[in-house]
Design a protein around this ligand. Structure first.
Ligand SMILES: Nc1ncnc2c1ncn2[C@@H]1O[C@H](COP(=O)(O)OP(=O)(O)OP(=O)(O)O)[C@@H](O)[C@H]1O
Length: 267
């Protein structure tokens, strides 16, 4: 499914936190949204899964305004994996992943053998099969995040929204997550802080700054040293092949010069 944000402005607390954002996401492509804290990534994504309504502009899925979809149509079309998975689930891992099947059921419909197969497969892909009977509330942050991935996979929606999906995951599971979502062939829009993950796994990277789209294109064209420095106020070294860049970052001092202490940012 294709997703279009067309001139989207979101106003919160009297301030435009997303400004006139236009973005077309082709079916089956993986698009990374990057930008500094508070640049509007989550707010833009929330208009797609209808937690926020734009003050101006339209969000469409396959040409249909998302505001015109029924709740069930929206849940079948879009699955969401959030950065801070809920901790108050009084459910087991398997029961939680089964919730992903709810949009496919008639009201009060029962889980079918096909649902259970899909849930098993989703848990296997998210590497949580051994946690199936654990209560979600007892899991670590990263394990919980993988449960939310499995639930989103079980939902089998053509569009997948990930909002900083990897913040609790160890490095191996970060790569596993991105490689899994890439392999699905679904339309994926992911807000990412890790520019190395964005460069490696996204077909396109969209940069937001102060609510505006300031760059949009293939990672190697968008994630230039100049853009990264201007947007994130860090000095960057680009390592590796030009086709598969790996970024290392160094903090800029207040006067714009580089500092001595280098921090790692490879993944
Ligand atoms: N309910 C709200 N009321 C007022 N302002 C809000 C509200 N929610 C978010 N904001 C503000 O909107 C701006 C954009 O926030 P948003 O969460 O979309 O940014 P983000 O790019 O996802 O940030 P981060 O990288 O920190 O997750 C921020 O300045 C934030 O403080």
């Amino acid at each position: 499914m294709r997703v279009d944000f067309d001139g989207v402005t979101v106003t919160l607390g009297g301030r435009d936190v997303v400004r006139d954002a236009t973005l077309a996401v082709e079916p089956g492509s993986v698009v990374g949204l990057v930008g500094p804290n508070g640049s509007g990534k989550s707010s833009l994504l929330r208009t797609l899964y209808r937690v926020l309504t734009p003050r101006l502009g339209t969000v469409r899925i396959d040409g249909l305004d998302v505001r015109r979809l029924t709740g069930r149509q929206a849940a079948r079309a879009v699955a969401v994996m959030l950065q801070d998975p809920p901790t108050d689930f009084d459910l087991s891992v398997q029961e939680t992943v089964l919730l992903g099947r709810a949009p496919h059921h008639a009201s009060f419909g029962r889980d079918t053998p096909a649902d259970l197969r899909i849930v098993d497969d989703a848990m296997r892909r998210a590497e949580i099969t051994d946690l199936a009977d654990r209560m979600v509330a007892t899991l670590s942050g990263g394990q919980r995040q993988r449960v939310m991935l499995a639930r989103a996979l079980a939902q089998e929606s053509p569009v997948l929204v990930l909002d900083e999906p990897s913040n609790h995951l160890d490095i191996s599971h970060q790569h596993e997550l991105m490689s899994t979502v890439r392999s699905l062939g679904r339309t994926v829009i992911a807000a990412l802080h890790d520019l190395n993950l964005a460069a490696q796994y996204c077909d396109r990277v969209v940069v937001l700054a102060a609510g505006r789209v300031v760059a949009d294109g293939p990672p190697t064209r968008v994630l230039t040293r100049e853009l990264i420095t201007a947007t994130f106020e860090v000095e960057v070294r680009v390592l590796g092949d030009p086709d598969q860049p790996v970024f290392a970052f160094r903090r800029l001092a207040a006067d714009g010069t580089s500092t001595r202490t280098e921090s790692h940012a490879r993944s």
